[in-house]
Every structure is written in structure tokens, then in C-alpha cells.
Design a protein around this ligand. Structure first.
Ligand SMILES: Nc1ncnc2c1ncn2[C@@H]1O[C@H](COP(=O)(O)OP(=O)(O)OP(=O)(O)O)[C@@H](O)[C@H]1O
Ligand SMILES: [Mg+2]
Length: 364
């Protein structure tokens, strides 16, 4: 399982710039002309987690291993993409392969950077992308509908599925994305089964001016308001500056951040939000050799979590000895944790909790 977040948006809005900032590389060509990116760029990005340094200090660990997640920088989408304009359907399929979407919206003024629609207008830009994704979904659903209709003729029990599909079509036609349906609804089940683009969880990223980093201006505010109205999340940062940080030492970055008044890294927030969007959580292991973050889907039980470390541990699972991160930091040593009764012995039905510090007991 390698869950990924696709970076999508109009051409030339800063997607590859942000990808390079995330991967601290110059892997993707970021250039001031539309369609600089054609083939997707894929990168693994460490998930920032301040708990790792704290635990590593308590255990005198030799090294720290963060969780990583995958970002995919995708070619720009233009009006008419769903019917073959621009680079057309090829990259709609690249979006289909990702599990969540970060939509980059241009919220910076710079007459030297071409905007395919003439000039920045975040709400119009969001709508263009939303319409193209909805059109692509409608095309998939139409195909599916024809097949399902034949099935219903042979087996009338399938009729409720067809009804759910029709409600999904009606919603998309009315401008409502598939992700607006509750996750346990028949419409959402149909959307998942059909790999719809508009079913993917979405995060808006307003790429702002240098002058707006500390306080987002009207364009970023418009993105925030739009996201709020549809129950999505949004963040704002300046991709260009963040990408310039990529090649610098940590000390220099800290100095420049202070100069620009950037206290919390927008990039870190992007990674953390995307992680959450994908329904992921973290459990931790710590010892002299290493302190490590392990990525699991929310709701994962102890033996399957153990399986992330090694399949033998899952197979021979006896129990998980868990300490919550806060207790670990409060009591500091295993002896103190034990005498305070904060070491829990959990069995095979235990659902892992965010920040559990774990040692698995298993038979070999
Ligand atoms: N916040 C910003 N302020 C000013 N210029 C920016 C900002 N972010 C990116 N740019 C500039 O915008 C231009 C396009 O950037 P980039 O190549 O990353 O866009 P893209 O969305 O990947 O485009 P494409 O769809 O063509 O691949 C570059 O010249 C980049 O330096
Ligand atoms: Mg690009």
C-alpha cells in the first residue's frame, strides 16, 4: 500500500514548484510556460513529526526514521480536458491513480508568469478544474450505466445500484462532487467502485504572493471560503520561496523564515493535511537502534499494524505493549511508566490509536 496525493491544477500555477519544495529537490521541471510538465513526477516525502526527536532523545536512538508519503506532480488541466483539449484524457488517468488530491490555485500576482485564462481568478480556476473532473466522471458513469442497465434486466435485484448511480449522475450534473455524499451511502459506494475523480478527498492549496505569506490576501481568502463551503480544507503558502529553501541548509532556512515572518512551514502543513486526508495515522517504535514512525490506515488493528514492521510479527502476534506518546514523555523511563500503570497490554482486536508507542510480542 503506497497511498499518494496528486498535485493538480491549471497549467503554470506552481504545481511542479511545490512538488520540488516538498521533495527538497529539483526533480521536476518548473518553468514559466504552460505544460512544462507532461509525464507525472513522483516523490516520497518524509512526514514531519516532532514526536520523533523527543522519543529519540529519551531512548538515545542512533537514528530517526520518519513515515513517508507519496506526492505526484501531474500535468496542468485546461478547459475541455475531459474531451481531449490540452493534454486531454491522459492525465485525467494520472489523477485517477492517486488517492487524494491537492489542488493548487494561483493566488499570486505576477505579470511575468503566464496565466492560461489571462489572469488569476481563484474561483473561476477552481471551477474549471472541478468541471473537467466532473465531466470525466460523468463519462465513466455513463459507460457504467449502460452495463448496469443490462445487468438489471437480467437480475432486478441490482436495481438499487442503478438508482444510486442515477443519483450520482444527477448530483454531478448539478455541480456537486461525489465526495459530498456521506462515506457510508450507496452513492459513495458506487463512486468508489467507479474510481471517480470527484470522490477523492480534496485539499486546496493557495499559492500566494511573497507579501501575503504572513497574512493571506483576498485571493487566498476566496479559496478558503470556497473550501469551507464544501467542507474541504485549504492552506496557503508561497511555493516559489519554499522551493528556494529546498537547496539551503536548515540554519539558513530558519533565518529566511524568520525574515519573511513564516512561522509554521506551509509545506509541513501540506504534508500533514494530505496525510490526514488519506485517512492515515501513525504509531511509533523507539529503542537504542532507532525511533521510527509507522504509517497505518485509521482503524487498523494491532496484528495488522505489526505486519507493517514484519509479516512474521503479524503471523506470530501475541500482544502489543502500548504506551501513549504523552505518557511516555511524562514518565520518561519504562520503569516509571510501568509503576504508573501506563503500559497497556493489548490483544489482537485492539484498534491502534494515534501516537501509540508500541512493542509487539510475538512467537517466532
Ligand atoms: N508563489 C509564486 N509567486 C510567483 N511565481 C511563482 C509562484 N509559484 C510558482 N511561480 C512561478 O510560476 C511558474 C510556473 O511554475 P511551475 O512550472 O511550477 O507550474 P506548473 O503548475 O507545474 O505548470 P505546468 O502545468 O506547466 O507543469 C514558474 O516560473 C514559477 O517560478
Ligand atoms: Mg509542472
Amino acid at each position: 500500500m503506497a497511498l499518494s496525493c496528486g498535485i493538480v491544477g491549471l497549467p503554470n500555477v506552481g504545481k511542479s514548484t511545490i512538488f520540488n519544495a516538498l521533495t527538497r529537490s529539483a526533480q521536476a521541471l518548473a518553468a514559466n510556460y504552460p505544460f512544462a510538465t507532461i509525464e507525472p513526477n513522483v516523490g516520497e516525502v518524509p512526514v514531519p513529526d516532532p514526536r520523533l526527536g523527543v522519543l529519540a532523545g529519551l531512548s538515545s536512538s542512533e537514528k530517526i526514521v520518519p513515515a513517508t508519503m507519496r506526492f505526484v506532480d501531474i500535468a496542468g488541466l485546461v478547459r475541455g480536458a475531459a474531451s481531449g483539449q490540452g493534454l486531454g484524457n491522459a492525465f485525467l488517468s494520472h489523477i485517477r491513480e492517486t488517492d487524494a488530491i491537492a489542488m493548487v490555485v494561483r493566488a499570486f500576482h505576477d505579470d511575468n508568469v503566464t496565466h492560461v485564462e489571462g489572469g488569476p481568478d481563484p474561483l473561476r480556476d477552481i471551477e474549471i478544474i472541478a468541471i473537467e473532473m466532473a465531466l470525466a466522471d460523468l463519462a465513466s458513469l455513463q459507460k457504467k450505466r449502460d452495463k448496469l442497465q443490462r445487468e438489471v434486466r437480467a437480475n432486478p435485484k441490482e436495481a438499487p445500484k442503478l438508482e444510486a448511480l442515477d443519483r450520482l449522475i444527477a448530483a454531478l450534473e448539478a455541480g456537486r462532487p461525489a465526495r459530498a455524499f456521506p462515506p457510508d451511502s450507496p452513492e459513495a459506494a458506487m463512486a468508489r467502485e467507479s474510481f471517480l475523480l470527484t470522490a477523492k478527498p480534496m485539499l486546496y492549496v493557495a499559492n500566494v504572493d511573497e507579501s501575503q505569506i504572513a497574512e493571506p490576501g483576498p485571493m487566498a481568502q476566496a479559496v478558503f471560503a470556497h473550501a469551507k463551503a464544501e467542507n474541504s480544507r485549504a492552506i496557503a503558502f508561497n511555493g516559489k520561496i519554499e522551493s528556494e529553501f529546498a537547496g539551503m541548509s536548515d540554519d539558513d532556512v530558519a533565518m529566511f523564515r524568520a525574515d519573511y515572518g513564516i512561522t509554521t512551514g506551509g509545506l509541513d502543513r501540506l504534508i500533514v493535511e494530505a496525510y490526514d486526508l488519506l485517512g492515515l495515522m501513525t504509531f511509533l517504535t523507539t529503542g537504542e537502534k532507532e525511533t521510527r514512525a509507522w504509517m497505518i490506515e485509521k482503524g487498523t488493528k494491532a496484528p495488522q499494524a505489526a505486519g507493517k514492521i514484519h509479516s512474521d510479527i503479524e503471523r506470530g502476534f501475541i500482544r502489543a505493549e502500548c504506551i501513549s506518546y504523552d505518557d511516555y514523555v511524562t514518565y520518561k523511563t519504562l520503569d516509571a511508566i510501568r509503576s504508573a500503570g501506563k503500559l497497556r497490554s493489548e490483544g489482537k482486536d485492539y484498534v491502534m490509536q494515534e501516537g501509540d508507542v508500541v512493542e509487539f510480542r510475538f512467537n517466532v
